[in-house]
Design a protein around this ligand. Structure first.
Ligand code: ATP
Ligand code: MG
Length: 343
């Protein structure tokens, strides 16, 4: 995972220069009295992987806290600018992290409310002159005290010269200036497209001191994420079920491009579908009186298999309707080949 961070001079430093720092041991648990901050860090640390995001949060926390103390001591305090760019594939945790970031900033006293407002092009761009600035200002107003999360930010420059997307960018930049003390903007999207977007808008990059690149999860991490999702819901997958899940993930890895594999989102879809399949299996095979606590919690390999099959079927229907482009190899023969569905 690549990560850039320099909140002092408002200029992102390159990842390569950051990596020459000698043996720095990252810390992720803050020594703080504030319960809210501790609880939010505990939530962040419960996420699987994302080590660099955890370290970044700690650094932002430490830096901001020291600036707040310096201010109290009437020392010069650097303004902490927290606008961020999150790049990565779907399901790599961007929205989850943005939500926790908003919460952390509220607990740290940086933002007054700490809510997350998710917006996309259609929420900002209008259809006639003047409409876009008005729409964008309205979304900024809703986001004040919290974080505005703009997914697929590059869609704002996709429409060419005559498009109103640029007007939205101008209104966003103005909002960042006008409300710099109680408004954080996160621009998110695919890595390559974000890169191109920033290159074509050179003035933008320097306004975003935090750059976080979300790598795809490894199969091992995805299995841990699945395990957490089952535990949170009080389910217990059998060993065979976890092996089946691993088989599905490996199959997906071998047959789909990383950009459409769906990372943790696909895992969540599969986990949730397997709960429905378990319910169907129990309903059809065991009388209600016989369904004991263990059975109600247990996820079997067959539930994963049925879930993968069900999702593949749905995906095939979506493909036929032209709603998605990518097909997993072999999905045209799903009776023989089981694969995960991706949205
Ligand atoms: N590191 C993680 N640990 C546990 N669960 C995770 C992790 N990352 C993501 N998830 C779960 O995976 C799902 C998808 O994550 P999220 O919505 O944050 O991804 P995203 O990058 O915003 O995707 P998209 O680009 O499609 O919007 C969520 O249910 C989230 O809780
Ligand atoms: Mg998202």
């Amino acid at each position: 995972m690549q990560l850039r961070f320099d909140m002092r001079d408002h200029t992102a430093v390159s990842a390569s220069s950051a990596s020459v720092t000698p043996a720095y041991k990252p810390k992720t648990e803050p020594p703080t009295e504030r319960d809210g901050v501790r609880q939010t860090f505990a939530e962040i640390n419960r996420l699987i992987g994302l080590d660099e995001v955890k370290t970044l949060f700690y650094e932002v926390y430490a830096y901001t806290t020291v600036q707040q103390r310096r201010k109290r001591e009437q020392l010069k305090a650097e303004p902490t600018v927290l606008h961020a760019i999150f790049s990565g594939n779907p399901g790599s945790g961007k929205t989850t992290v943005a939500r926790l970031m908003a919460k952390l900033y509220r607990e740290m006293g940086v933002l007054s409310k700490g809510h997350l407002v998710e917006v996309e092009r259609a929420d900002l761009v209008g259809e006639f002159i003047g409409h876009t600035a008005q729409r964008t200002r309205e979304q900024i107003r809703k986001s004040l005290g919290g974080v505005m999360f703009l997914d697929e930010a590059y869609s704002l420059t996709r429409g060419g010269e005559k498009d109103f997307g640029r007007e939205a960018i101008d209104a966003l930049v103005k909002g960042m200036e006008d409300h710099k003390n109680d408004f954080v903007l996160v621009l998110a999207g695919y890595r390559r497209e974000m890169q191109e977007f920033l290159e074509s808008n050179p003035g933008l990059r320097s306004r975003f001191p935090l750059h976080v690149d979300f790598a795809d999860y490894s199969t091992e991490e995805l299995l841990q994420i699945a395990d957490c999702m089952y535990q949170e819901r009080q389910y217990q997958p059998s060993e065979a079920a976890m092996r089946e899940l691993e088989r599905c993930l490996l199959h997906a890895k071998a047959s789909l491009p990383a950009a459409v594999r769906g990372n943790a989102r696909s895992v969540r879809n599969l986990v949730e579908a397997s709960l429905r399949m378990q319910a169907v299996r129990l309903t059809e095979s065991v009388t209600a009186a016989m369904q004991n606590k263990e059975m109600l919690c247990r996820i079997e390999a067959v539930d994963i298999c049925s879930a993968a099959r069900r999702l593949a079927q749905k995906r095939q229907e979506k493909c036929a309707a032209g709603e998605i482009i990518y097909m997993n190899h072999g999905e045209d023969k799903i009776t023989e080949e089981i694969s995960i569905a991706y949205d």
